[in-house]
Design a binder for this molecule. Structure first.
Ligand SMILES: C[S@@+](CC[C@H](N)C(=O)[O-])C[C@H]1O[C@@H](n2cnc3c(N)ncnc32)[C@H](O)[C@@H]1O
Length: 277
């Protein structure tokens, strides 16, 4: 066994700990449901896996990350794909997975790997299915990943919709002053720039001589439109109301989306979300 590259564990907030609990609970229900379909292969995909361990900001204790929790689930998944662009984290994760078969760890950009290599192999017609966690810190994901996942009809997806990054870097009260980098990242996440029509509406005060000001819309409008987009454009049929993850000041840090092609998946996650709303 080689020593992992040194790094400091990420400190995570309590809302990240809640997300971990939710994904673990759903993962347990997910693999159990496959007992009735022994011919189907079931995979776990963690697009932003981290190192597999964190430190809790609240208690300072070590907390198991999403890959470590997925590995514990019983009955087990048939295979695991962990992706992170930080080589120190994937190197540590490698040591956590020592002795475990069916684990693939990829160091690099998640979107590129998922679009080109992994998601095209997960298809309803291929008799395989996947539970996929897409959990970036911010707008670091390409819409094509979500579209492929939806089109496959074979992926159940958890998605972190990063409203805090969006409000800090892309959707501003003065749209013409928003940073270009944030707008580009938002376009990539959304798949095009149609979010602007949802995020801003013209004020009524415009007259013949002035162009209307654009009024920034509340988070709800953007979140609702994104949910609709996951349904209509990506093709996920079953999407419960996303779960707002709030900080101690009651501000929403991100929305936890869940999307699936199966009605039973929606029912299970709604029962879990209910306990956390
Ligand atoms: C919120 S953390 C993941 C936490 C992990 N899913 C968990 O719950 O234990 C986000 C991770 O994404 C990684 N990351 C950031 N940008 C990335 C990218 N473009 N592709 C792959 N990983 C990325 C970071 O190194 C970080 O470990």
């Amino acid at each position: 066994m080689t020593d992992p590259l040194p790094f400091d564990f990420d400190e995570i907030n309590y809302w990240s700990e809640l997300k971990l609990e939710i994904v673990e609970k759903y993962g347990s229900a997910y693999t159990k449901a496959f007992k009735r379909f022994p011919k189907l292969k079931k995979y776990y995909i963690d697009g932003f896996s981290g190192a597999g361990a964190h430190v809790s900001k609240t208690t300072k204790a070590q907390v198991e990350g999403s890959p470590a929790r997925a590995l514990k689930i019983s009955p087990p998944f048939d295979g695991f794909h962990f992706i992170d662009m930080n080589p120190r984290k994937t190197s540590y994760l490698q040591t956590l997975c020592e002795g475990r078969s069916g684990v693939q760890i990829h160091t690099g950009d998640s979107s590129a790997f998922l679009i080109k290599t992994l998601l095209p192999t997960i298809q309803y017609k291929n008799f395989n299915r996947a539970l996929c966690l897409l959990d970036p810190y911010g707008l670091h994901l390409d819409w094509e990943v979500m579209r492929l996942a939806g089109q496959s009809q074979a992926v159940d997806m958890f998605l972190n919709f990063p409203v805090m990054d969006i409000n800090r870097n892309a959707i501003w009260s003065a749209p013409d002053r928003a940073p270009q980098d944030g707008i580009d990242r938002m376009n990539r996440f959304w798949g095009d720039d149609s979010w602007k029509q949802v995020a801003y509406v013209p004020s009524r005060q415009a007259n013949l001589f002035s162009s209307p000001d654009l009024i920034k819309q509340p988070n709800d409008a953007v979140v609702t439109a994104f949910r609709e987009r996951l349904k209509a454009t990506a093709g996920f049929e079953f999407l419960p109301e996303p779960l707002p993850m709030k900080n101690s000041k009651n501000a929403v840090v991100y929305y936890l989306f869940f999307a699936s092609a199966k009605p039973v998946a929606k029912k299970i996650i709604e029962d879990i979300f209910k306990k956390y709303r």
